[in-house]
Design a binder for this molecule. Structure first.
Ligand SMILES: *Cc1c(COP(=O)(O)O)cnc(C)c1O
Length: 375
């Protein structure tokens, strides 16, 4: 049996090797390393896949979130509501820009931001909401957009884990996650559902003015070379990464299907285990399973991880410490903040290997050894 990894990028590469090698060789041959033609082509192809008017590639997912917030023209001290149960990047950029992160609770089923907690946290300083489509499942965007409209707030979707997911809007239409709020942000980190061979990211929006601002900010605040209108940054997707992403975008739906197949097999095998909660599947969205994450009740997670590790099966905890308990945010008003669901999840979740190249033998092996812990 092939060794089991959380993500098997090597086996995935082998299947598309000729196309990838040729695409990379072509970039090197033309030496158009920065802003070569593949960058624009990829942006167009991603826009059409997502149904987004504008896609602006950038250097990584964290930059995408930062640039999105910069494009909204917020003032220091303005509040941005975000879940505490997320990857640190979501919340870090808020503080980096001198804005105030307001951490709220998640929904007990989807583990995504809870709209009623958002509503309770809205103040006169609130300017934006950053929902995270955690593990590949969409946050409740219908409720979030309704709140945003009612209170005149911006919505930036952290779509780093859910690219390709479909969301059913209450008006009956179906849209890709990341295209529902004012700006969507994606990471192309290698292990993401659409990953490149280094760092990469993108922003998307349906709004032409925002698109123009985002483009400027990502390019030193300039529209015309050497004319700088706003303070920006230097955040580019390099041409080699764009060339890789053009090829992998064509596979994205197949990759999602492969992940969902693994998730279904896990679900069927684990559904009846006492004290093990399989991932909830919301009816308003398509789970794209960036992670397959179980919730344990009354079991020793460390012992389970050790049991799996002994059998050569890796597992991960996403995330062990909630954002509001991180030292980097200690200077905000977080000391008395109680987010019991979030704190409990940090102690109860465990993510199993899930990727596009899992074979039957590996899958059965993981299932068998996972179940044996509970016997
Ligand atoms: C990966 C990730 C990011 C950041 O992406 P990078 O490309 O690593 O900067 C942001 N938010 C979430 C939820 C992520 O999973």
């Amino acid at each position: 049996m092939k060794p089991i990894q959380m993500v098997d990028l090597s086996a995935q590469y082998q299947k598309i090797k000729p196309a990838i090698d040729e695409a990379i060789a072509e970039v090197i041959h033309t030496t158009a390393f920065i802003n070569g033609p593949a960058v624009g082509h990829f942006a167009q192809e991603l826009a059409s896949y997502l149904g987004a008017e504008h896609v602006i590639p950038c250097a990584n997912g964290t930059d995408a979130l930062q640039i999105a917030l910069m494009a909204l023209g917020l003032q220091p001290g303005d509040e941005v509501i975000t879940p505490s149960f997320t990857y640190i990047a979501t919340t870090e950029v808020i503080a980096l820009l001198g804005l105030t992160p307001v951490f709220v609770e998640v929904d007990p089923q989807t583990f995504c931001i809870d709209p009623s907690a958002i509503e309770a946290a809205i103040s006169s300083r609130t300017k934006a909401i950053v929902p995270v489509h955690l593990y590949g499942q969409a946050a409740n965007m219908n409720a979030i957009m309704e709140l945003a409209e009612k209170h005149q707030l911006f919505v930036i979707e952290d779509n780093a884990q859910a690219i390709g997911s479909d969301y059913h809007l209450s008006n009956g239409s179906v849209q890709k996650t990341g295209t529902i709020g004012h700006i969507g942000c994606t990471s192309f980190f290698p292990s993401k559902n659409l990953g490149c061979y280094g760092d990469g990211g993108a922003l998307y929006t349906q709004d032409a003015d925002l698109a123009k601002k985002i483009k400027m900010i990502a390019n030193h605040g300039q529209e015309k070379k050497y004319v700088h209108d706003v303070v920006g940054c230097n955040s580019r997707l390099d041409t080699i990464q764009a060339a890789v992403l053009r090829i992998k975008l064509r596979q994205l739906d197949n990759y999602i299907d492969a992940r969902r197949d693994v998730a279904e097999a896990y679900d069927a095998a684990f559904a009846q285990l006492p004290g093990v909660e399989i991932p909830f599947r919301a009816t308003d969205s398509k789970h794209v399973f960036h992670q397959y994450t179980l919730k344990l009740k009354g079991h020793n997670r460390d012992a389970l991880q050790a049991h799996l590790q002994e059998a050569g099966i890796p597992s991960m905890i996403y995330y062990p410490i909630p954002a509001h308990r991180q030292k980097m945010f200690a200077h905000f008003d977080v000391q008395g903040l109680e987010l019991p669901l979030t704190e409990a999840l940090c102690k109860e979740v465990i993510s199993l290997p899930i990727h596009t190249e899992m074979d039957e033998q590996q899958l059965n092996y993981i299932i068998e050894h996972f179940i044996s812990f509970f016997k």
